[in-house]
Design a protein. Structure first.
Lengths: 236, 486
């Protein structure tokens, strides 16, 4: 029998589930086999709530589930038509604000943005494409920072650092000119392992490990095998 | 009063083009042009991309022969990453690419013959337009239609198993490939349920050849005289003179069989081939430099390949090749409709090669990419024989691995001048001194273009519909006659 000590009861989409005290809504949902999509939230790092795709409704207010801790008796709406469309609109905005050409992208099949577009059955975005003029920065010996595909989720900034805690990636500029850039000085000495991890952690194809592409055959990529979220939904 | 006839779009070809024919006051053809009116721009927008994206990006040029672009680009990048000059891959690397390429050859040639061209043979150039398509074939010769559909399916299955997808896969990467072929996958193609297995494909390839040869026997004057004119012929051949569509040297012969390009290294193609730009078409006009624009143009594709090679390294295809060569007493064959004959011999050749490769245990090897690589280069050239002819890919990269220059000479581009000459020849034969231009006359012009299987890019046979517009204009530009079929 499940040990309910240190657990509290919450209501998620009309279903009573037990959540660990101190956990966030995203964590509680996942531990109960319910998938709430995330971009900026990455396991092992502090949540930042900058992408808003994990938004849920509590007392009719939108809240980011990656930063909101559960409380006893909390009633949460997540998988409603309204919220699904809200999340889909965020995916669409991310597509139209960059230049995402899946057919020739190395990350296709492993890309979380593409996988979510499939999950939300996105066909044509409701917003006009902005076709920003962006370049790929290939000046680093190991990494290409492809700005056309960056969704500024901050994962690379948070997770890729050296032993002294110095970050290889950082924000540059503000507002619509905001970019995630690779530190040209520190980045020059980035290790192979860290460069590869940066590519893995990037949810899209914005960080590419140089000289190696398309070596994973079609059909064997992560979301070729199962749709995003199904690894959580299928565990229960 | 002189007239100008426009055929737009040209149907049952891959892509969008139009034909204009100028008649003088005596209703004689005085000028004709095949215009390619679509613009792609891949050479420009591949610039600034990482070099390893090229094989995946440029194949989007086409949905019919993407494998050709995919492999030509990968061969160019093999040079850049230091994996030899096109022949430095591991056994599994080269054989998987060959299998993919022959699969593509097989399906593309079959698509062209059965779906696009066989209606002209079965129903005649002047047959009912409503029947001159694959549906018409299915209604009158079900067996032939089923063969066409299933043979194409088999070729696409070969591509799917080697490249991951039937269209726009990712199998070839710089220095090798990204997957091998398991014994179970080989068996899927060798022992697949009837008719989807390699032996059946060889058998059906032979029967398709018989179909054409019988038609030829009964209509040899019509076939032989249609758009027949002397030309040069160019293709890759293996170093020993064998037909090889993956790798070799460049060879060209003139209309009498004299070598005018003697097995030269394709990495120096720019020393031998130049392209002319004309104002009325987006497609360039390549020619052999040393012969000049007037005498240096050449044909490529199945007919050219069988005119340049010495033999075919597959027993059944070799037998057919000997019969083909004997028909012109060993001299180059300059008859445009014999493209179909040559194409069907290549279908048989592809079926034999696919079958033999599937028995090769090297396909199960794990050394997919060349491990010990030579020095990285900033420039690479890859040339292969695509179904429609010789295909050149040329790339330059900068120190940061980004592409700075791309030059693609696509197979159909090589055939630009001969296609224009075929249009002129057919227009003269069918339209001269006729006051009224009829639908069969227009179709005859299209039959001449269709023989080359031109890939004007991306469009396919208009299934059940053949939109064709023709306008006859007077010298002052006003419309004298307008014909439309849809």
């Amino acid at each position: 029998m499940e040990n309910l000590e240190n657990k509290i009861k919450i209501n998620l989409d009309g279903k009573i589930i037990y959540a660990r005290k101190g956990s966030t809504i995203v964590e509680a949902a996942r531990e109960n086999g319910i998938y709430i999509p995330t971009f900026c939230h990455f396991e092992g790092t502090d949540p930042k709530a900058c992408c808003r795709i994990c938004s849920v409704k509590i007392n009719n207010r939108l809240m980011t589930s990656c930063t909101t801790p559960v409380t006893a008796g909390m009633e949460i709406e997540s998988n409603t038509e309204e919220l699904k469309d809200f999340r889909k609109s965020i995916v669409e905005l991310l597509f139209v604000s960059g230049n995402h050409f899946c057919p020739t992208c190395e990350k296709s099949g492993n890309c979380e943005l593409q996988a979510l577009a499939y999950r939300f059955k996105m066909l044509v975005p409701r917003f006009p494409f902005s076709f920003p003029r962006k370049e790929a920065d290939a000046s680093n010996p190991k990494i290409i920072k492809e700005q056309n595909r960056c969704i500024a989720c901050k994962r690379c900034i948070k997770t890729i650092h050296d032993e002294q805690g110095r970050h290889y990636f950082a924000y540059k500029n503000r507002g619509q000119h905001l970019e995630v850039v690779l530190d040209p000085v520190l980045g020059a000495s980035i290790s192979d392992a860290l460069a590869k991890r940066a590519m893995e952690n990037c949810p899209v194809g914005s960080i590419l490990y140089k000289g190696k592409g398309f070596d994973q055959p079609i059909g064997t990529r992560k979301y070729d095998k199962q749709p995003i979220g199904s690894e959580i939904e299928n565990q229960s | 009063m002189s007239k100008k006839i426009t055929i737009e779009p040209v149907t049952r070809v891959e892509g969008h083009g139009k034909v204009t024919i100028q008649l003088n006051d005596n209703h004689e053809v005085i000028d004709s042009r095949l215009h390619i009116v679509e613009f792609r721009g891949f050479e420009r927008f591949v610039q600034g991309r990482p070099y390893w994206e090229a094989p995946v990006l440029v194949q989007r040029l086409c949905g019919i022969c993407p494998v050709s672009h995919h492999i030509a680009a990968a061969k160019a990048l093999d040079v850049i990453v230091g994996a030899g000059d096109g022949d430095g891959l591991t056994a599994v690397g080269e054989k998987m690419r060959r299998l993919m390429h022959y699969g593509q050859f097989f399906q593309s040639h079959v698509l062209h013959f059965f779906h696009l061209s066989s209606p002209d043979f079965l129903f005649g150039i002047d047959g009912d337009p409503a029947m001159r398509n694959i549906i018409g074939i299915a209604m009158t010769n079900k067996e032939l239609a089923v063969q066409g559909v299933m043979m194409r399916k088999f070729g696409q299955e070969v591509i799917r198993l080697t490249a991951g997808k039937k269209i726009h896969g990712t199998g070839a990467i710089p220095g090798g490939i990204n997957k091998n072929l398991s014994i179970a996958e080989c068996d899927e193609l060798l022992k697949g349920p009837d008719p989807l297995n390699a032996d059946k494909m060889v058998e059906w390839s032979l029967s398709a050849l018989e179909f054409f040869k019988n038609y030829h026997k009964q209509n040899h004057t019509k076939v032989d005289d249609f758009a027949s004119f002397p030309s040069n012929h160019l293709s890759l051949v293996r170093k020993d003179g064998a037909l090889d569509i993956y790798h070799g040297v460049l060879r060209a012969v003139d209309a009498n069989g004299k070598r005018i390009l003697d097995d030269v290294d394709y990495h120096e193609y720019y020393n031998y081939i130049e392209e002319e730009v004309k104002t009325w078409s987006y497609m360039k006009f390549p020619y052999l430099k040393h012969l000049g624009k007037e005498k240096g143009w050449y044909r490529v594709g199945p007919l050219a390949r069988l005119n340049t090679c010495d033999f075919i390294p597959a027993p059944l295809a070799q037998k057919e090749f000997e019969e083909f060569k004997a028909y012109t007493h060993g001299k180059p064959n300059n008859m445009s409709l014999h493209y179909h004959w040559a194409r069907l011999i290549e279908v048989l050749h592809s079926a034999e090669v696919i079958r033999d490769l599937l028995h090769d245990p090297d396909l199960q090897n794990d050394d997919l990419v060349v491990k010990v690589k030579g020095e990285k280069k900033h420039e690479g050239i890859g040339v292969i024989e695509a179904p429609r002819g010789t295909l050149f890919h040329h790339y330059k990269i900068d120190d940061n691995d980004l592409i700075t220059m791309a030059n693609l000479i696509v197979s159909t581009t090589n055939n630009n001048e001969p296609m224009n000459r075929s249009v002129a020849s057919t227009a003269r034969a069918f339209m001269n001194e006729h006051e009224t231009i009829t639908e069969p006359m227009m179709n005859a012009v299209e039959v001449a273009i269709r023989a080359y299987d031109p890939c004007l890019s991306c469009a396919t046979h208009a299934l059940g519909q053949m939109p064709l517009e023709m306008t006859i204009l007077g010298p002052d530009g006003h419309v004298l006659d307008h014909k439309m079929k849809d």
